[in-house]
Design a protein around this ligand. Sequence first.
Ligand SMILES: [Zn+2]
Length: 135
Amino acid sequence: MKIPFTKVSKDAKYPLEFKNGNDQILSNFKFKPKTGGNLVHCELKFKGQLDTHCSICGKNIISNIDEKIELLINNGIFNGFDEEFDIYEMLNGNIDLDEILISEIELIKSDYYKCNDCNNLTDHNNENDENNYKN
Ligand SMILES: [Zn+2]
């Protein structure tokens, strides 16, 4: 889905679904255009499950995802940086929701995951931890 910068209205919400194999994500974009510039603040919520891999043995794990992130989207090249948020640059006047969602999904997938087996092998000290790795 692509939204022209000129059509972005404050607090408008755009739901977007992503499905690919075991990856199933329901997302919701909420925009707040910043006054006096090309920047749009975006609150992105997403929920669902992602195909991930154990960082130790490589075993496949389905991880439950429930995250909220904030980022900035700039209409054109952004000169400089923002201390608080990641900035996405859109070069054709449109906000490409798919592009943002897919790159955030890739970021989550590149996180560190540990399967139950490896968790039991390496973490004898904390028995409560087991409950956090049901997937
Ligand atoms: Zn493992």
